[in-house]
Ligand binder design. Structure first.
Ligand code: SAM
Length: 328
């Protein structure tokens, strides 16, 4: 930070923390939904139950809302990100940002960061695709980049390991009517959200969502492909999870993984990156493991690399269970 004074440094930290507190409270209190349409100050006051002029001024000053012709409304990009047609749940991403700030405090105070079931739902929502046209476009892009996956699951069986709220599996099921899938999710409250979403999409006959530890899954029929949400699996569960995946796949079946977080190259971003890493490592997660390291880990579990690829959404590795397997 060079010659920046401590007062200036504190000012920078405060500005970010206060702006996030404002945004997250506005989300929690329903402002972000209410201001999706232009509203007068009087309408906002009636909605809030108090005179909201100062809150509105703060929202405008922070670029969260704009004032046009005397009415208040969400800023345009934010309105788009929060709209029902957006491919991801940006409100959950705001909530997760505030959660992460709290978790940094937990780790510093106690050395650990426990996650409640409700917080697991927030995390799962924040990373999931919302099964809609925009998300189907995202999945189409992935399947175009990995045609082996499309071929395997178009009329095949997908095992979705660490389903979260089912962003990938449900969007893909809504795109491929011949796909059948089993989804494994450890946290029952998270699995319950996935089940509700599956019902809303009308795919419960094809997507079987199970609240269980993936390590305990016994496949009755071999699967053609697996999608493993590897960043969310703590170190001590990974070898057993990979052994289960290998047992569940047919010989020649494919395993797709994504590298979600990567160590940034520029200094400012690297400094910021230490905080989510602090939290993830306290939870035993392999934060920002490189794709090469991930491939080595999975190869050691008896898989063969097909290829790695970079797409707009990040880095992906495609592996296979070898055709010639000695054991089960
Ligand atoms: C956040 S989701 C990932 C995104 C998800 N695949 C999607 O498409 O939206 C990853 C999930 O893996 C779950 N998980 C972690 N360890 C697990 C285990 N041993 N068995 C089953 N699920 C597990 C976590 O609870 C978490 O909800």
């Amino acid at each position: 930070m060079g010659s920046t004074s401590v007062t200036e440094m504190l000012g920078g930290w405060e500005r970010g923390a206060r702006a996030l507190a404002l945004l997250d409270a506005a989300r929690e209190r329903g402002y972000l939904t209410f201001l999706s349409e232009p509203r007068t100050a009087e309408e906002v006051a009636e909605f809030a139950g108090y005179s909201a002029g100062e809150v509105l001024d703060a929202l405008v000053a922070q670029g969260i809302a704009v004032r046009v012709d005397g009415k208040y409304q969400l800023e345009g990009q934010l309105a788009g990100a929060l709209s029902a047609g957006a491919p991801v749940d940006f409100a959950a991403q705001i909530e997760r940002a505030a959660l992460l700030a709290r978790q940094v405090g937990d780790v510093v105070r106690t050395g650990a960061s426990a996650v409640t079931a409700g917080e697991s739902v927030v995390i799962a929502r924040s990373v999931a695709l919302t099964p809609n046209d925009a998300a189907r476009g995202v999945v189409t892009q992935i399947l175009d980049a990995v045609p082996e996956m499309r071929d395997a699951i178009t009329d095949g069986h997908l095992l979705d390991v660490g389903s979260g709220v089912g962003g990938f599996v449900l969007t893909t099921a809504s795109l491929l009517p011949g796909l059948r899938a089993t989804s494994l999710e450890l946290v029952p409250e998270v699995a319950a959200v996935a089940v509700e979403r599956a019902k809303a999409l009308g795919v419960t006959d094809r997507v079987d969502i199970r609240a269980m530890d993936a390590r305990d899954f016994e496949a009755l029929t071999p699967y053609d492909a697996v999608f493993w949400a590897q960043p969310f699996f703590p170190e001590q569960t990974r070898a057993a999870t990979l052994a289960m995946i290998r047992r569940s796949l047919r010989p020649g079946g494919i395993l797709l993984i994504q590298q979600l977080d990567a160590e940034p190259t520029d200094d400012d971003a690297r400094a910021a990156f230490t905080l989510p890493r602090l939290v993830a490592r306290a939870q035993g997660l392999p934060f920002a493991r490189t794709l090469d390291e991930l491939v080595a880990e999975i190869e050691a579990a008896g898989f063969a690399l097909v290829r790695t690829l970079d797409i707009d959404l990040g880095r992906i590795a495609l592996l296979r269970r070898p055709e010639e397997s000695r054991e089960g």
